[in-house]
Design a protein around this ligand. Structure first.
Ligand code: NAP
Length: 279
């Protein structure tokens, strides 16, 4: 049976490390401050805002909640983002998505200063990642790397296959694995004969948003399988990997829930700390 790569255990170890970094920052007279931009009243955004406020409070990180009404215009939002960009007291900005329909979400994301871009989704941040520079990079891909690191799995020289090429998950995780000296293949919805490619993977990352699509016959015996997918099926949360059968073939696998998703929040906190370290 595969070893379970436990996201909660990884997150707990990270918490200790992050608290140490915060303490060092404070000794140096620096303090991170997060601005959360919440436009409108979409229930998931309101819930995620409350969740992040609570998480930040757990680390003693101050949060400025900037709430704008549902009818906010794009110009008003861009004005507010500009203010936060210029405010030296704010080190990081987290904007709840999606935005109301009258606002071009991409334009709003682009307006965030890349040095305050907690989600790492501006073109500048993604460009820094692609160019091998330092920067703020998307949190879920970093959560995948944190799990590998926690369990002592070094991608150097390994063959990695990533299923998905979005800017949020697949693309950045492929870049990070390549930085870590893996040989990376990225697959997407046009890829032919997926199984023949996935069977070559020493590290297989599933980020398609397709429930239980990765089956045992697609996995090389002993491979490390990271399941990023979060899908609701018949009231149950399942990943992109058919966990039971794959865990009989793989060497290690992340569960859903309790895997990658459990580490993502720690990576958001890490980005907030990083903004203050770099400020
Ligand atoms: P997305 O933007 O919909 O991207 C899905 C990607 O999968 C696309 O690149 C798509 O290819 C590819 N794909 C779709 N069907 C495929 C198939 N049959 N074979 C190969 N590739 C296929 O989704 P996302 O935002 O990247 O998220 C992916 C999953 O991760 C979702 O389940 C999401 O809920 C989850 N997620 C989890 C976390 C976390 O913290 N754990 C965070 C974010 C997202 P094309 O490019 O050709 O369309």
């Amino acid at each position: 049976m595969a070893r379970i790569l436990d996201g909660k255990e990884t997150a707990a170890a990270l918490e200790t490390e992050l608290k140490g970094r915060l303490e060092a920052l404070r000794k140096a007279g620096k303090e991170p401050q997060l601005a959360i931009l919440l436009v409108g009243n979409s229930k998931p955004s309101v819930m995620y805002t409350a969740f992040m406020q609570k998480q930040a409070a757990g680390y003693g990180i101050p949060v400025r909640l900037v709430k704008l009404p549902q009818e906010t215009t794009e110009a008003e939002l861009l004005g507010k983002i500009g203010e936060l960009n210029r405010d030296p007291g704010i080190t990081g900005i987290l904007m709840m998505m999606p935005l109301p329909p009258q606002i071009d979400g991409e334009r709003a994301v682009e307006a965030i200063d890349p040095d305050k871009d907690i989600d790492g989704l501006t073109t500048a941040s993604l460009g820094r990642l692609a160019a091998g520079k330092e920067g703020l990079f998307p949190c879920t891909p970093r959560a995948c790397m944190a799990i590998l690191r926690h369990y002592g799995i070094d991608p150097d020289g390994l063959r990695a296959v990533v299923l998905g090429r979005s800017n949020v998950v697949g693309g950045p995780v492929a870049q990070l694995l390549q930085r870590a000296n893996a040989t990376v293949t990225v697959c997407h919805s046009h890829t032919k004969d997926l199984a023949s490619i996935t069977r070559e993977a020493d590290i297989l990352v599933a980020a398609m948003g397709r429930p239980e699509t990765v089956t045992a016959d697609m996995v090389k015996p002993g491979a490390v399988v990271l399941d990023v997918g979060i899908n609701r099926v018949n009231g149950k949360t399942v990943g992109d990997v058919a966990y039971d059968e794959v865990s009989r073939v793989a060497g290690a696998v992340t569960p859903v829930p309790g895997g990658v998703g459990s580490v993502t929040t720690a990576m958001v906190i890490e980005s907030i700390i990083a903004t203050a370290e770099r400020a």
